[in-house]
Design a protein around this ligand. Structure first.
Ligand code: NAP
Length: 200
C-alpha cells in the first residue's frame, strides 16, 4: 500500500458503492483523494468519515460542467473512472434519453476525464495510472441490459485503445482483473501511463 502514499487520486462516482469504498481505501493508504460525485450529501458524509478527502460535486454526464470542475483540481496521478448508471429497459422499449444518458455517463465521461488527466500527466512527464471500472455485462448479454451491456463493451474497447496510445509504446498496457461486489462482478482495467511518448 506504500505506493499510494502522497499520490493524488481522483475517484468518480465516489458518493456510494464501489467508488466510495475505493476512495476510503485510497485515503487510508495515504493517497490525497479527490472524490467526485453527483449528490452533495453523499460527499459530505464521505468527508465526515475521511476528513482528508477533497470533494467535487458534478454530473459527469455534463461535458462542460465536468471540464470546468476538473480545471480547478491540482494534478492527478491515479484516476478511477467508476461513475456508472444502469437504466434497465427491455430492448423494444429502450428510449433515446436512456441511451444518451447511459453512454454519456458510462463511456463519454471516462474518455473526457481520462483525456484531462492524461494530458497533464504527459505534460509533466509523470507516471500515472487509470482504472476504468467495467462489468462482466460487457461480455455477456443480460436481459433488459441492452444499453448497459453496450456501454460497458464500448468502455472495454475504449480502455484498449487508451492503453495502445497512452501506454509505453513497447508493451501492451492493459491488465484486467476482477473485483467481486454485492450484485455482480466489476471488471477493472489498469492502464499504466509512462508519461513519456518514447515509453521510457
Ligand atoms: P452505485 O452504488 O449506484 O454508485 C454509483 C455512484 O456513482 C453514486 O455515488 C452515484 O451518484 C455516482 N454517479 C452516477 N452517475 C453519476 C454522474 N453522472 N456524475 C457523477 N457521479 C455519478 O454503483 P456501484 O454499484 O458502486 O457501481 C460502480 C461502478 O461499478 C459502475 O460503473 C458500475 O457499472 C460498475 N459495476 C458494479 C457492479 C456491482 O455489483 N455493483 C457490477 C459490475 C459493474 P448518485 O447516487 O448521486 O447518482
Amino acid at each position: 500500500m506504500e505506493r499510494f502514499v502522497g499520490r493524488r487520486a481522483l475517484v468518480t462516482g465516489a458518493g456510494k458503492g464501489i467508488g466510495r469504498a475505493v476512495a476510503v481505501a485510497l485515503s487510508r493508504a495515504g493517497a490525497h483523494v479527490v472524490a467526485l460525485s453527483r449528490t452533495q450529501a453523499d460527499l459530505d458524509g464521505l468527508q465526515k468519515e475521511c476528513p482528508g478527502i477533497q470533494t467535487l460535486c458534478v454530473d459527469v454526464g455534463d461535458w462542460e460542467a465536468t471540464e470546468a470542475a476538473l480545471n480547478k483540481v491540482d494534478d492527478i496521478d491515479l484516476l478511477v473512472n467508476n461513475a456508472g448508471i444502469a437504466l434497465l429497459q427491455p430492448f423494444l422499449e429502450v428510449t433515446k434519453d436512456a441511451f444518451d444518458r447511459s453512454f454519456s455517463v458510462n463511456l463519454r465521461a471516462a474518455l473526457q476525464i481520462s483525456q484531462i488527466v492524461a494530458r497533464k500527466l504527459i505534460a509533466r512527464g509523470a507516471p500515472g495510472a487509470i482504472v476504468n471500472v467495467s462489468s462482466q455485462a460487457s461480455q455477456r448479454a443480460v436481459l433488459d441490459h441492452t444499453v448497459y451491456c453496450s456501454t460497458k463493451s464500448a468502455l472495454d474497447m475504449l480502455t484498449k485503445t487508451m492503453a495502445q496510445e497512452l501506454g509505453p509504446h513497447k508493451a501492451p498496457a492493459t491488465q484486467p482483473g476482477p473485483a467481486q461486489t454485492g450484485q455482480g462482478k466489476a471488471t477493472t482495467f489498469l492502464l499504466p501511463i509512462s508519461g513519456r511518448a518514447d515509453g521510457q
